[in-house]
Write a protein that binds this ligand. Sequence first.
Ligand code: AP5
Length: 217
Amino acid sequence: MRLVLVGPPGAGKGTQAEFVAAHLAVPKISTGDIFRSNVSQGTPLGVEAKRYMDAGELVPDEVTINMVRDRLAEPDAGAGFLLDGFPRTTPQAAALDKLLVDLGTALDLVLELVVDDDEVVRRLSGRRTCRGCGKVWHVEFDAPSQEGRCDRCGAELFQRDDDKPETIATRLREYADKTAPLVDFYGAQSKLVGIDATGPVEDVTVRAIDALRSYSG
Ligand code: AP5
């Protein structure tokens, strides 16, 4: 299956992507994770992306599309994938459609995670990420047993630079201006399914998997 997860920052895309990709046995491809990995390795792509990420703005389309094109050409994406955080603009969505046509295939479904802005702020301001294994925690909703330490690997937890209040506000504006139009874009293709992404993580996963099931009949 070729699936896209769309939703505002902090909607739980990364959290749900882990479970849904494992359920479908396809690779999870997160543009945010790829950018962050390039930033931490200090690659030219990372240096360019960091300027935008720190400001809460989107990385330019051309840079992002080229990166995804390379990633989708890798063998593990041949039989399906779950895209988390891409596309995020109408030009990115059009480029993805074209790329898949060139590969002789198409997207199957776009799953929209629906949450309001107040919940986004609560989720992002309490998010903590493990420096060792990358697992994502939340100080209130999914707290580790020892504050500031990952239960899975014991490494230190940190707060993402773009989870500061002023950057969250910019990210929400970017979402409303540039990404929300994708709901109409994919709605017009009859590929969009929206689910309520509030409530416990496990409940959201059940809703996501039910939505995939109804798609595949
Ligand atoms: P990216 O990393 O994609 O950021 P994002 O879309 O803003 O999404 P997040 O990773 O912040 O949140 P999420 O929805 O994955 O939520 P999570 O599961 O972590 O992108 C970062 C930056 O990279 C962008 O700003 C941009 O600069 C650049 N970029 C990336 N892709 C790009 C593109 N295509 N084009 C241009 N630029 C791009 O959950 C959040 C928190 O909530 C966690 O603490 C989690 O534990 C908690 N949580 C999750 N689910 C629940 C629940 N059900 N109940 C309670 N808490 C929950």
